[in-house]
Design a protein around this ligand. Structure first.
Ligand code: PLP
Length: 398
């Protein structure tokens, strides 16, 4: 039998992170590859109690539910969004199967194959998979420490007329970078002037290492939900647990209604049970206190890994010290190919993601993303030692 797959699927690259995760199943493999939260910090007891309350209340959690999502959870989330300066009503919100599905639905309802999307260079790799699956062209603007560079974006907008911009302005994946307030306003202005919509993807905004810092979302800078060019998406994956597969999108109710139609075709609705557990969790557990605990721990883990790289790193390596999120972005010595380095590193028992995966085009091959949230102490020390050893050995060999 010859299976003739659609062109978009046939051209789709498998996620490098998932492929690397397959390689890292062995006990002795230390993985800095996946964006995995620390399992020992999952609020297991609180989730168990929330689940007990859900099942004590009856059988509703096992029934089909609304495509837009469990209404009480949407109301609770509207309260949490308002506290961040994003005032929305439940009709301006949809719950999705992770924020990954929100990105996919948004691209499905807002674009046609052949349209162009503007992204940062580098950007979140599974967003690139969504764009490829929907047959979009991707143009990537250079970024610096303040975020996407408006002049670079403007040039690309003139040349390619993108329909929308996709961005992770707070603790980006892979770089951990935060856009400055000025850049946020400038990029928003540029998108508005050119009639472009914006998908603001914010899974990491709550994971802040410096508690006093405040970052305005693009959504809040652009006004209320109606007529807002920005559609904002976030998730419980990094603050509670990824297995609950619950994310959300907020935006103009016309966009949300279209997403609901597309979601009916995709999966009818996300898990009623997971949403009801989360709703119970929000009413019986101090999620903000939990977020402070994980943010503090992740900050410590980041400083640990950063300190080790400073001590052991090669002189011509550089890295950003993130103020939040889950990743350290490393520039390896010029000319070093991180994909080839990975093979050597895996042989030594450490894995990371080569930066090439995060570029739509013109990759910087000497870059790597290291996750610092999933390991600590002896494992982080040993992992960094193996990583640096691999670089040393690889540089000598090649
Ligand atoms: C930037 C970004 N967006 C979206 C997601 C998807 O998260 P989820 O579908 O678990 O909510 C991730 C996951 O790592 C991410 O890093």
């Amino acid at each position: 039998m010859e299976y003739r797959f659609s062109t978009n699927v046939a051209n789709l690259k498998s996620s490098a992170v998932r492929d690397i995760l397959k390689l890292t199943q062995g006990q002795d493999m230390i993985s800095f590859a996946g964006g995995l939260p620390a399992e020992e910090l999952f609020p297991v007891q609180a989730v168990r109690e929330a689940a007990d309350r859900v099942f004590s209340a009856g059988t509703g959690a096992l029934q089909y539910g609304l495509t837009e999502g469990f209404h009480p959870l949407r109301e609770q989330l509207c309260g949490r969004m308002a506290a961040k300066g994003m005032k929305v009503a439940p009709e301006e919100m949809i719950l999705t199967t992770g924020s990954q599905q929100a990105i996919d639905l948004l691209i499905g309802v807002l674009t046609e194959p052949g349209d162009t999307v503007l992204v940062e260079k580098p950007t979140y790799l599974a967003s690139l998979q969504v764009f490829a699956l929907h047959g979009l062209k991707v143009v990537a603007a250079d970024s610096d420490e303040f975020g996407m560079i408006p002049e670079a974006a403007e040039e690309l907008i003139k040349q390619h007329g993108p329909k929308l911009m996709y961005a992770v302005p707070t603790f980006g994946n892979p770089t951990g970078r935060v856009w400055s307030e000025e850049r946020r306003k400038r990029m928003l202005e540029l998108c508005k002037q050119n009639g472009m919509l914006v998908i603001e993807d914010d899974p990491y905004g709550d994971i802040k290492f410096e508690q006093g810092e405040h970052y305005s979302t693009l959504f809040s800078l652009a006004g209320g939900a109606q007529d807002n060019p920005v559609i904002y998406t976030s998730t419980f994956s990094k603050t509670v647990a990824p297995a609950l597969r619950t994310g959300w999108a907020i935006g103009d109710s016309r966009v949300i209604r279209m997403m609901a139609k597309a979601k009916q075709a995709a999966d009818l609705h996300s898990s009623t049970m997971d949403q009801q557990i989360l709703s119970q969790l929000l009413s019986g557990f101090d999620l903000d206190a939990h977020i402070s605990v994980i943010s503090k721990e992740y900050g410590d883990r980041m400083r640990e890994m950063h300190g080790l790289l400073m001590q052991k790193g090669l002189p011509d390596m550089s890295w950003l010290k993130p103020k939040g999120g889950m990743f350290l972005w490393v520039e390896l010595p010029e000319g070093l190919d991180a994909e080839a380095l990975l093979r050597c590193a895996v042989g030594k028992g450490v894995a990371f993601v080569p930066g090439v995966s995060f570029y739509a085009n013109e990759p910087k091959r000497n870059t790597a993303r290291l996750n610092f949230t999933h390991n600590k102490g002896a494992r982080t020390i040993q992992g960094v030692e193996r990583f640096v050893e691999a670089i040393g050995e690889f540089t000598v060999r090649s």
